[in-house]
Structure formats: C-alpha cells, structure tokens
Design a protein around this ligand. Structure first.
Ligand code: GRF
Length: 196
C-alpha cells in the first residue's frame, strides 16, 4: 500500500476526490493533508475523514521560502509518504524541495498543458477564443507546470462562458481525472490517460 500525502491551499475539493477514491483495491491511502493556510477549508474536511492534518502559515516566514518549506517538511517526513499530491496548492516550491520529491510528486493544473501554465488559465483560454479547455495531471519538476503529463480531460468552451462558468465545468473533470491518474501512477503505469 502506497502512502499518499496531499498539499492544499483552499477548499480542497480535489483532495476530497482523491481521498474518496483511495478505498478498496486502490493502491494508495491518504496519510496526511497539509496546508500553507491554517484557514484552508479542506483541513476540516480531511480531519472529518479521519486523516492527519497539518498547517504551516507561509506568511509567518515572509520571503524565506526555504524556512517555510523546512517547517512543512517536518510534517511531511513525519507522515513518511511514498507520493506527494499537490491539489490546489498555490505556493511555488523551490527547486530544492522539488528535487527531494522528484519522480513522486504530482500536481493538477486547470488547463490543457503545455497551454497556459501559471494563473488565470480559464480567462486566457477565453481571450484566445479556444474551442476547448480542460485540466492536466503532471509530475512536478523544477519548471512550473511543465513536468511529464500523466493525464488530461477536455471540456468544450460554450457560447457565453465566463472564466467562472468554465472553471466550474473544468473542476468537475478535475475530480474525475486526478483520482484516475493517481491510481494509474501508483500502479506503475506512466502512459498518459485521456478521460472521455
Ligand atoms: C483547482 O481548479 C485546481 O486545478 C487549481 O486550484 C483549484 C483548487 O480547487 N490549482 P480545490 O482547492 O481542489 O477545490
């Protein structure tokens, strides 16, 4: 059984989708949900599911990212995960942190990478007049939103769409894609999946 730690910054709907999927014959089990924001709504959801939680407020470290990550690592190493999942985790991790978990850290990004790394992905897809949008699960490397793709799901861009309406349609697919990609990954399969 693979031990899975999940990092969040907000409500944690992707974290909940991952946790709900890790039952039965799934090769993983959640061992920690940690956040850079003690007020993140997802922490209470994880605790209610009986999962250990931790919060390290990045604001108390100012610009000292290494010190913040050191404090976060203290909790992560105590949980001794095999794999780390970034799920709506909005802090950019240093290359040193990434190197520590390289090849065993995943992220979900709300665009069809390599299109639109970074922020405001849905508005950028609308501004470009794209006919479709989507989300991507990828391995995390030192280059932001750039690692090997493990899976993608696509949605149509509909007339009258706003960034919010598109984000809501993509989020539904995120909750399907991330559990499927994690199961595949923990089973040793690196062939990217494409959800119908
Ligand atoms: C998701 O759209 C995710 O792709 C992005 O942040 C959003 C967070 O959602 N990085 P949640 O916290 O998992 O509900």
């Amino acid at each position: 059984m693979k031990r899975v730690a999940i990092l969040i910054s907000g409500g944690g709907s992707n974290m909940v989708a991952l946790v709900n999927s890790m039952t039965g014959d799934h090769p993983g089990r959640p061992v920690l949900v940690a956040s850079n924001d003690p007020a993140a709504g997802g922490l209470a959801k994880a605790a209610a599911a009986g999962i250990a939680t931790a919060a390290v407020d990045h604001r108390t470290f100012g610009k000292d990212r290494a010190a913040f990550e050191g404090a976060l690592l203290h909790h992560i190493e105590a949980a001794n995960p095999d794999v780390l999942c970034l799920a709506g985790f909005m802090r950019v991790l240093t290359p040193a942190f990434v190197a520590r978990f390289e090849g065993r850290m995943l992220n979900i990004h709300p665009s069809l990478l390599p299109k639109y790394p970074g922020l405001h992905t849905h508005q950028r897809a609308l501004d470009a007049g794209d006919a479709e949008a989507g989300c991507t699960v990828h391995e995390v490397t030192a280059v932001l939103d750039d690692g090997p793709i493990l899976g993608q799901a696509r949605v149509p861009v509909l007339p009258g769409d706003t960034a919010d309406s598109l984000a809501a349609r993509v989020l539904v697919q995120e909750h399907r894609l991330y559990p499927a990609a994690l199961r595949n990954y923990l089973s040793g399969n690196r062939t990217p999946i494409a959800l119908p």
